[in-house]
Design a protein around this ligand. Structure first.
Ligand code: ADP
Ligand code: MG
Length: 367
């Protein structure tokens, strides 16, 4: 189990992580969801002992990361945002090195390396230099490094960033299968990814935890609907016909003066309110032209919770742009390209369904 208590990280005056507390139970996949700059990487770097906290405690599988970092670290596999690969090593050499760092018993190193390579399907590149591998293969080597020694907990920082759609699907499948044997914590700024692979979602914004729930419950919380009704009846007639409907949280009536009344109603709860609306209008003797439902989505609640428009631009991504393998979103943002351009599509196959806050923000920034 992992427990984060009152974790705070300040960079000078800037608070990157702000009194964050949460618990992570065994054998589940947790998703850290939040726009760029929310504090996900900072939190993960502290949880894995790579960065000191300003305040607060992190208990990893029974060990305090500050007091017993060696023991705590041995129970975690970490895939940082930029995996620490050594380009001049072969995959096998690098993983052997990683196994030794993890203190895998000498006799077991060879087998642990082979096992990790098998799990990531990288046996065929075992003796190639890392510098000659594609981005997707490099990411797999980073993953292999994380799972070596079979740690209880895997912490993965944006594990699908920069991969192509096919690789993203493979990595998501891999995460799901790793989740059957390990506790997995991954971060992402892509809502669809987190709701697809995670059992529990922690939504972060400006260094704070703003929601912690299952994707299903988050969707339920956002289950309200808004309904637009147009009717040839008079406004007061429509109003009194709809008076007394259950679960209404707001109502607004406008008469266009040309014989059409438009009513906007908001509802809480999950069901479809149209049946009741139509019954009420009929009972009240009001005809209607249309009754349309617009359902709130998980995207809406995410956007509302993270207040994304004001979230700041993350400097860390500048590095990515200079990197030879800069991601599609970073490079298209630099040129001020449309976030829906094909380049963007390529790194995020779910871009239509998902909220890609990072790309939107960067484009805003480059204007
Ligand atoms: P995320 O991973 O959610 O995008 P980060 O944890 O990388 O967020 O960053 C959180 C905040 O801390 C951002 O405002 C970022 O600019 C800032 N930050 C991160 N690293 C540093 C650093 N080394 N020095 C100063 N500020 C930093
Ligand atoms: Mg990050």
């Amino acid at each position: 189990m992992i427990e984060v208590r009152n974790l705070t990280k300040k960079y000078g005056d800037h608070i990157a992580v702000d009194h964050l507390s949460f618990k992570v139970d065994e054998g589940q996949v947790y998703g850290f969801l939040g726009p760029n700059g929310a504090g996900k990487s900072t939190t993960m770097n502290i949880m894995t002992g790579y960065l000191a906290a300003t305040e607060g405690d992190v208990i990893i599988n029974g060990y305090n990361i500050l007091e017993e970092p060696e023991k705590a670290k041995r129970t975690i596999g970490y895939l940082p945002e930029i995996p620490p690969l050594y380009p001049d090593m072969t995959v096998r050499e690098y993983l052997t090195f990683a196994a030794e760092l993890k203190k895998v018993p000498r006799k077991e190193v060879k087998l642990a390396v082979v096992h990790a390579m098998q799990e990531l399907s990288i046996m065929d590149v075992a003796d190639r230099l890392i510098r000659h591998l594609s981005k997707g293969y490099k990411q797999r080597v980073g993953f292999a490094q994380a799972i070596i020694g079979d740690p209880e907990t895997l912490i993965l920082d944006e594990p699908t960033v920069g991969l192509d759609p096919k690789q993203i699907i493979e990595i998501r499948e891999l995460i799901k299968s790793l989740g059957r044997r390990h506790t997995v914590i991954l971060s992402s700024h892509i809502l669809a990814e987190v709701s697809e692979v995670c059992d529990t979602v922690l939504i972060m914004s400006r260094g704070r935890l703003v929601a912690l729930d299952t994707p299903e419950n988050l969707a339920k919380k956002s289950a309200g609907a808004s309904v637009t009704i147009t009717s040839p009846a008079r406004a007061d007639e429509v109003r009194s016909a709809l008076d007394g409907l259950a679960n209404v949280t707001g109502a607004d009536f406008t008469d266009d003066g040309a014989g059409t009344v438009t009513a906007h109603l908001t509802f809480e709860g999950e069901g479809d309110p149209r049946k009741d609306i139509i019954a009420a209008l009929t009972a009240g003797g009001c005809a209607y032209y249309s009754v349309d439902v617009q359902r709130a989505s998980l995207e809406d609640i995410f956007l509302e919770l993270t207040d994304s428009e004001d979230e700041e631009y993350d400097d860390a991504d500048d590095d990515l742009i200079e990197d030879e393998e800069s991601s599609g979103s970073a490079s298209s943002a630099k040129s001020g390209a449309d976030p829906t351009s094909s380049e963007q599509e390529e790194i995020n196959p779910d871009s239509e369904k998902s909220v890609n806050i990072e790309a939107k923000e960067e484009v805003e920034d480059s204007k």
